[in-house]
Design a protein around this ligand. Structure first.
Ligand code: TXA
Ligand code: MG
Length: 359
């Protein structure tokens, strides 16, 4: 299949809206920008179309998709009940990076919900996604538009890398804003429970609905035990870069020393290494070339003075490390409070939870 790329910033809006709407109506796949990451969209109510998403991504069939809507009226066709908590959260955070899990209506195919009786719903704020859903009148099932197990795509180029030849169309709107996936909150039980941390923090949700729990399986201290995450997708080793990633945390000066030491050892052994630092620190890494004359790939993920830059660049830097062909990656650690929790959750998964603390 030939994958078309339409640039939504340059092209006439009516043209890309019409083309994408037609592909979706015919059961095809369109990659779309959202404010979090690029999504791989198909008609959520069409089981055959949803199945194509799984095939294109190589995604396990028990991992359910998020359904994207453009207005509250669409909820009526998706969920059997709309609790007060959902209404309040929607008023506060929609459109935006929050996904809610609610009991599904029979019309929502199990092929979309991975066999579950609940459905995940999100109203994205990105204008391209919103306009497409509104003009096509189709609720869009859309997981992140990456090959299963690779970092989520934050640029159309990332989607192209993974999906060229497998999908009908990519709507290229440039880099997305937030850079990590939405917060998922399960509202199907007594107390709302966060199944995946994201840009909307626990504290922000608590302010609106009171008590909120966090799925114990997603907390890093429970990683090695037999906790089974409630969001099926959280159990897979996600976002894995090709190089082996180790996170080093602790006092900044000691972290730089430790990373320099580890990276120099691997370099001396002939490997190519990558280092993930920040604007504040990358100048401090001096790693010799390896025996093939290859320099270490030292990259800044952003600045600690602006937490948002770190989530914005996280997946791109993991893909760039792959592009550089590094064997080992050493990353600094980032703040784990509120929003930082979402970044560290993704980074720890990418590292297969390999982390050392130098105090
Ligand atoms: O920001 C986002 O949420 C992006 C953009 C494209 O909207 N989408 C995204 O989708 O991250 P995906 O498929 O990569 O992640 C969806 C997560 C998975 O971990 C899945 O297991 C979980 O949501 N999920 C979906 N439906 C669920 C349900 N009914 N119950 C529990 N978890 C569910
Ligand atoms: Mg994903």
């Amino acid at each position: 299949m030939k994958t078309l790329i339409y640039n939504t910033k340059e092209m006439d809006e009516a043209v890309w809206l019409e083309a994408a709407g037609r592909i979706l109506a015919e059961g095809g796949l369109v990659a779309i920008p959202t404010e979090t990451v690029y999504g791989l969209a198909a008609n959520a109510m069409d089981e055959t179309a949803a199945a194509k998403i799984y095939a294109a991504k190589g995604r396990p069939s028990d991992n359910p998709l998020i359904v994207h809507i453009a207005d509250m009226a669409a909820m009526d066709g998706l969920v059997t009940e709309l609790p007060e908590t959902a209404v309040k959260l929607a008023e506060k955070f929609w459109p935006g990076p929050l996904t809610m899990i609610l009991p599904k209506r029979p019309e929502v195919p199990y092929g979309t919900t991975g066999g579950l009786d609940t459905v995940a719903v999100r109203m994205p704020s990105h204008p391209v996604a919103r306009k497409l859903i509104a003009s096509s009148g189709i609720c869009l099932a859309a997981p992140s538009a990456n090959t299963s197990g690779r970092p989520s795509p934050t640029r159309a180029e990332h989607v192209y890398e993974d999906m060229n030849g497998k999908i009908d169309l990519i709507l290229d709107d440039g880099p997305v804003g937030i850079g990590i996936e939405s917060t998922i909150v399960d509202l199907s039980g007594e107390v709302p429970m966060i199944l995946r941390p994201g840009y909307i923090t626990k504290a922000m949700i608590e302010e609106v609905v009171g008590e909120v729990r966090v799925d114990p399986a997603i907390l890093s201290e429970n990683k090695d035990k037999n906790f089974r995450p409630k969001a099926p997708g959280m159990k897979y080793k996600h976002y894995a870069p090709k190089g082996e990633l180790l996170i080093v945390s602790g006092d900044s000066k000691k972290v730089i020393e430790k990373i320099t030491e580890l990276a120099s050892e691997k370099t001396a052994a002939g490997y190519r290494v990558g280092i993930i630092g920040t604007d504040e620190t990358i100048g401090a890494y001096h790693i010799p070339e390896n025996s093939r004359g290859e320099a270490a790939a030292v990259m800044s993920i952003g600045t600690r003075r602006e937490e948002a830059t770190i989530s914005h660049n996280l997946y791109d830097i993991l893909r760039r490390m792959d592009g550089a062909g590094v064997d080992y990656i050493y990353s600094e650690s980032f703040a784990e409070g509120s929003r930082g929790q979402a970044v560290m959750n993704r980074l720890l998964k990418a590292a297969g939870h390999q982390r050392i603390d130098v105090g």
